[in-house]
Write a protein that binds this ligand. Structure first.
Ligand SMILES: O=C(O)CCC(=O)C(=O)O
Length: 274
């Protein structure tokens, strides 16, 4: 088991506060990643209502809320290390607000434009404050060519920047905001200015690594033009005192059980250094 009392969480909190993101010094083992990968593949094949496809394609772009119906994903979100990290970074007890896997299929996975996650969570669900944290675990190795997340370090400290561009969509169709041209995105010129000021970094790395992102960090990702898939599993943990009061979007996008999530050790998910 990982010692969460060894001071490394304090270092990660400082890094997270400074940059709006950080990478844990541990990652999930190969067999743990394979287990998740197999399960996500099966979920993609089941074609449930939580599935989003790439535009005009049968390629799966994303699946959502799997922790509510899949036993492996349910065990994963309760991993003691993930919960300790989420609580340390959020500064409070947490519950699962959102679970998703963005698949970025080889050669078919399309871009995500510049945005802040809080812009969507606030506008669509009424999340009161950016008191959440997203833990991301790639299920494939992520390299420069398969559409890694591009982050603007420190941009979360600017607060919620407001949508530079709102393209009115059909409020009844939640899928609209998982396409390549969602509402609530940032103006591209504004994002370019931020990159010029703050720089940017790509979240590349081996499958199984654990990264944390602030709800207000400005980020995007490009098309996957490579022969390698880039599946990214993301669990957004929200503070239990920050639940949207009247969520409308489906439960597979916005968790309704806002009780503090309790950790549960599962030997299928060992961590290793790295
Ligand atoms: O998967 C990606 O490349 C981008 C994901 C993202 O920005 C999001 O889901 O908010």
């Amino acid at each position: 088991m990982i010692d969460t009392d060894d001071g490394h969480l304090t270092e990660l909190i400082a890094e997270y506060e400074e940059n709006g993101w950080c990478r844990a010094p541990y990652r999930f083992s190969g067999p743990a990643v394979n287990l998740l990968r197999d399960r996500v593949d099966a979920i993609c094949h089941r074609g449930g209502p939580e599935t989003v496809h790439e535009k005009d394609s049968t390629a799966v772009r994303a699946v959502h809320g799997c922790h509510a119906f899949d036993e492996v994903c349910a065990a994963f979100v309760r991993h003691p290390y993930l919960l300790a990290l989420a609580e340390a970074l959020a500064g409070t007890p947490v519950y699962v607000y959102q679970f998703k896997v963005n698949l970025k299929q080889a050669r078919e996975g399309r871009a995500w434009p510049w945005h802040q996650d809080f812009a969507f969570w606030n506008a669509e669900d009424g999340m009161p404050r950016p008191a959440a944290v997203t833990l991301a675990v790639p299920l494939d190795d992520v390299h420069e060519g398969n559409g890694p997340l591009m982050l603007i370090p420190g941009s979360h400290r600017l607060g919620y920047l407001g949508p530079g561009k709102v393209t009115p969509g059909d409020k009844g169709d939640w899928r609209r905001n998982f396409a390549t041209d969602p509402e609530h995105i940032m103006d591209a010129d504004r994002a370019r200015e931020l990159v010029a000021t703050h720089g940017s970094t790509r979240a590349t790395g081996r499958a199984g690594t654990i990264q944390a992102f602030h709800p207000n960090i400005v980020h995007s990702s490009s098309d996957n033009t490579s022969p390698d898939r880039r599946a990214l599993l993301m669990v957004s943990y929200n503070s239990i005192d920050n639940a949207p009061p009247h969520p409308v979007r489906p439960e597979f996008l916005v968790g309704r059980n806002t009780d503090q999530l309790k950790p549960r050790w599962d030997k299928r998910f060992p961590l290793e250094a790295g």
